[in-house]
Each structure stands twice: as C-alpha cells, then as structure tokens.
Design a protein around this ligand. Structure first.
Ligand SMILES: [Zn+2]
Length: 299
C-alpha cells in the first residue's frame, strides 16, 4: 500500500499537544521498514483543486499569507510560520495522491496526515485549513466511474466542516460518529450523526459501528473516504471516549472488511490523535496503516 508523507507535515504542530516529539516523525520511523508499505512524497495541491471545496477569497488570502489574527487563532496551529502554506499544499496534495492511487488500484491508499474535517468552505478551524476530505470527494466525482462517495468520519470530534460543505449534496454521504460533548461546541448536521456519551468503551462502540456498517451495506457507494482519527482512544486528552488500542484496531478492521465486501476503493485520512504520551496514539496509527496495507493486499 502506498502511503503519502512529508517531514513538513510536522510544521505548526501545537507544541502543548505534541511536545516533546511529534507523531508524524515517530510514525514515519516506525513504518519505514514495513515491506507492505511504501512511503511516497506528496505533490502540492493546485489552487484549482482547492477551489473545488473552498471560496476563492479565503483560499487566496491564505496563500498570500493574509489571514487575520483571529482566523489563525481559530485554526490553532502554532507557531504560525510561512511554512504552514507549503505544509497545507503538500498535505492536501498527499490526500489527492492517495485518492488517485486508490482509484487506480481499486484498493486502499492513505495519507499520513489530513482528514482536516473542521475546515469550512470559507474558514479554517481546529488545526484544519482546507478540507481535504471534501476536496477529494469532489475531485473523485469528476470521474465518470464515481457516482456516490461515502465519508465515514470516526474521529472523536464531529466532522462539522465536512457536514456543512456537503449539506444536501446528493452524491456525497457524510457519517460522523463522535463524542457528543466535545469540540466543536456548535455541531453541524451530517447526513448521519452518531453522538456518543462520554466514557463509552470498546464493546458499546463496536456494536454501534457494526450496526452502522450493516445499515450502509445496501447503500450504493463507489468510494470510501475514511477519516480514521485515533482520538477515541482512552489515553487521548482531547477525546472523552474510552477505547483501547485493541478496540481501535477492531474498529479499523470492521471498516476495511466492509469496504472489501463492497469491493470499493478506500482512502485513509489520518485525523486526530493526541494521547499522553503521544506514543499511544502513534501505536494506533501504526496499527491503522498496517491493517490498511493488509486489506489492500487481499483485494
Ligand atoms: Zn479529532
């Protein structure tokens, strides 16, 4: 399986969250030796690609380094440096390359970043500047063979930007399973929201997910965009759910098995993971991408 990664993904990492070492580098070190995974350097997303999901006024001000203090604060990356522009273009390009790869092979490909689901059409939020899930969904729909896209967002935070962008969109179905009382305070309406109570553990969570996937089984879907944040993990300090590492792995296995039965391509977006210590999140991401590679090999 091909996984997209660039060291610049670490740029602008919130120092309070990731100190002393960041998850991207740690994860790249661990996955480098896996023969089933090929780490590939991403390209930059073009302005035209970003405009698929965003207003030109917002995109151009970001690219010119002209966001306001307030806008940058709401995004929350810091310290805010010029390299964040390059980071954002490469990160979004990494997701688009993963999409191209998944569509080419009919299997699974991923980006070792992204899943920036809090980004709205004309503003960023919660570490997210452009919504790569939305850009990928709309880019995929430009192809004749893609008629219906499912965005399955299992990050512990609601995919509010994604929900808002695709409200009433006939070809993109957004499903978000998240902790009810968590960021963002003001939720948007996905096509299907599953707000979960604080402290939910493996058994209840996996039962609900099984039900969700069963319900989606008969749905006409040509492509799965999987926001695979590992912040439902018990040790996550931005979470509020209590999943174990094994529970997280079972979650991913359920999703990959579902897509395998449907015979559809899958793009993995990394999403959130803020455990203390950060190594606990990194282990879950490692399990995620290794599982993706195994399911990719079975197609
Ligand atoms: Zn999250």
């Amino acid at each position: 399986m091909i996984l997209h990664y660039h060291p610049i993904y670490s740029e602008g990492l919130h120092p309070d969250v990731y100190f002393p070492r960041d998850r991207y580098r740690l994860l790249a070190d661990r996955l480098q030796e896996d023969a089933a995974l090929e780490l590939r350097s991403p390209r930059r997303a073009s302005r035209e690609e970003i405009l698929l999901a965003h207003d030109a006024e917002y995109v151009d001000r970001f690219l010119a380094g002209e966001l306001t203090e307030k806008e940058m604060r709401r995004i929350g990356l810091r310290p805010w440096t010029e390299a964040i522009i390059e980071r954002t273009l490469l990160l979004t390009g990494g997701s688009l390359m993963a999409l191209e790869e998944a569509l080419r092979t009919g299997g699974i490909s991923g980006n070792m970043a992204g899943g920036t689901h809090h980004a709205f059409r004309n503003e960023g939020s919660g570490y997210c500047i452009f919504n790569d899930l939305a850009i990928c969904a709309l880019s995929a729909l430009e192809r004749d063979e893609i008629g219906q896209v499912l965005i399955l967002d299992l990050d512990v935070h609601q995919g509010d930007g994604t929900a808002a962008i695709f409200q009433h969109h006939p070809m993109v179905h957004s499903v978000s399973m998240h902790a009810a009382k968590n960021f963002p305070a003001r939720k948007q309406q996905s096509d299907w929201d599953l707000p979960l109570p604080k402290g939910m553990g493996d058994r209840d969570y996996l039962n609900i997910l099984r039900q969700v996937l069963e319900d989606l089984e008969s749905r006409d879907v040509d492509l799965l965009l999987f926001q695979a944040g590992v912040d439902p993990l018990a040790e996550d300090h931005l979470g509020f759910l209590e999943l174990s590492r094994e529970g997280m792995d079972e979650r991913n296995q359920q999703v990959f098995a579902w897509a395998h039965r449907k015979g559809i391509p899958v793009v993995i977006f990394m999403g959130g993971g803020y455990a203390r210590p950060i190594e606990r999140s990194v282990e879950c991401f490692e399990d995620l991408f290794r599982a993706g590679a195994q399911w990719h090999a079975r197609r």
